[in-house]
Design a protein. Structure first.
Ligand SMILES: Cc1cc2nc3c(=O)[nH]c(=O)nc-3n(C[C@H](O)[C@H](O)[C@H](O)COP(=O)(O)OP(=O)(O)OC[C@H]3O[C@@H](n4cnc5c(N)ncnc54)[C@H](O)[C@@H]3O)c2cc1C
Length: 403
């Protein structure tokens, strides 16, 4: 059978069994990365991924594809730096082209405060071997001539931080790459199967309950359901500090390639890149209210366009083609929740906010090690679910694109 045929037919319907070694709830990039890593690196292949819709139906198929390591804390920088290393060889590892491309990230600063934050970030990044440097306005214009250094005549650029390793990967390809590789290793993926609760007996999570009331047992259950984590965890009496906020984006019609890398404004909260298909892709900050609605708004389109044109005036002639919204499961410290829950047998891979795409390779790798060995890898130890009760948060809102 040719490789192409094998990939196209990998999601054959399978019968749901009554039990598995590991059940992963959620077929987004994180649940699938975990499934792949369990099978590939720990030989745990008796794994089921239960997805209530289709693979990538959540934020994994709606994000703006940015991969970077220029975070702001001693805990997050090494975590995303390791993820970036894994990204570089992911296509070869999965035998699936995830269209990973390193083009650099330029973060413009229009205020002294923003520049100060970026200076501190650059120092911290370099202490962990992550390349981030501060540029003068002249260097910004030389690097990216399309930037208006006057900020639309209203908000002059004072400088910028530049992160050469800033990259992109095609989100759908990543989801399907992980799913395809996991399936080849024996993982069972079930779409259109909603988990409605956790099966808790004698103080331990022993499986999940799916639509229709059937129980699927497991030695370990991992919730990778983003904004629905609190809902499912509450069926076992667990309360989680996750709130779900919409994040929107839009693309223009496709144009000849003009823009390399990511250009963002740290003060205007807008970022622009150009996709491999030529569309100009524009994103902004999460919306301040909580909702499970993925309805797009005209207000976002108008405001994000205005901000984008302020830093990249050539965009005034571009025509918006499509906009969409996804949901971000935000935590109080804007860092992920990765680890064993207080309930035996239940693990959490949640609180993915605006960082869960770039982190997926290391999140999946580390969570697989924890589930397989019972030992928490040092890189994810600071992100344990218990950190909120213990008042040991990892505050990184500045990296998360939140106000
Ligand atoms: C517009 C936008 C732009 C973004 N840009 C970036 C970016 O540039 N870089 C970055 O790193 N991150 C970005 N993010 C965030 C990133 O997309 C997410 O953090 C990441 O995709 C989360 O992946 P996940 O697998 O944890 O969750 P999801 O992809 O949301 O997957 C969760 C899955 O669980 C399923 N599910 C829910 N409830 C149940 C249930 N009861 N039973 C079974 N299945 C269930 C859902 O259908 C869904 O498929 C962005 C997000 C958005 C919305």
């Amino acid at each position: 059978m040719s490789g192409l045929l094998r990939r196209r037919t990998f999601l054959r319907p399978r019968e749901l069994r009554g039990g598995y070694d590991v059940v992963i709830v959620g077929g987004g990039v994180n649940g699938l990365s975990l499934a792949y890593n369990l099978a590939a690196h720990h030989g745990i292949r008796d794994v089921a991924v239960l997805e209530r819709a289709y693979l990538g139906a959540g934020a994994s198929g709606r994000n703006t594809q940015v991969v970077r390591a220029n975070y702001n804390t001693p805990e997050t920088v090494p975590l995303y730096a390791r993820s970036l290393e894994l990204w570089r060889t992911l296509s070869q590892e999965l035998d699936f082209n995830v269209q990973f491309s390193t083009q650099g990230e330029l973060d413009l600063c229009h205020t002294a405060d923003a520049l100060e934050v970026e200076r501190d970030k650059a120092l911290l990044n370099r202490a962990f071997g992550v390349a981030t440097e501060i540029l003068t306005v002249e260097e910004v214009v030389r690097l990216q001539p399309l930037v208006d250094p006057s900020g639309g005549g209203e908000l002059p650029v004072l400088g910028a931080s530049y992160h050469p390793p800033g990259s992109f990967a095609r989100h759908d390809s990543v989801v399907w790459g992980y799913a395809s590789a996991a399936t080849r290793l024996g993982v069972a993926i079930h779409e259109e199967l909603r988990v409605v609760g956790l099966d808790v007996r004698d103080g331990r999570c022993r499986g999940v309950v799916v639509e229709g009331g059937r129980t699927v047992e497991a030695d370990a259950v991992v919730l990778a359901v983003a904004g629905w984590t609190s809902e499912l965890a509450s069926t076992a009496g667990l309360a989680l500090p996750i709130t779900t906020h919409p994040l929107q984006a839009f693309v223009t019609e496709p144009y000849a390639h003009v823009l390399d890398g990511l250009v963002s404004s740290m003060d205007l909260y807008v970022y622009v890149s150009q996709t491999a298909r030529g569309e100009l892709l524009v994103g902004a900050e999460i919306l301040p209210y909580t909702t499970y609605s993925t309805r797009s708004t005209f207000g976002f389109l108008a405001e994000a366009s205005r901000r984008a044109i302020q830093i990249l005036p050539f965009m005034a002639r571009a025509r918006a083609m499509r906009q969409w919204a996804g949901l971000c499961d935000m935590t109080p410290d804007s860092s992920p929740i990765l680890g064993a829950s207080e309930l035996d047998g239940l693990y959490l891979m949640a609180g993915m906010g605006t960082w869960g795409f770039k982190g997926a390779p290391i999140f999946g790798r580390s969570m697989a090690e924890l589930v397989a060995t019972g030992r928490t890898p040092a890189l994810i130890a600071p992100f344990a679910p218990g950190r909120f009760a213990a008042d040991r948060m990892v505050p990184d809102a500045a990296s998360a694109g939140t106000h």
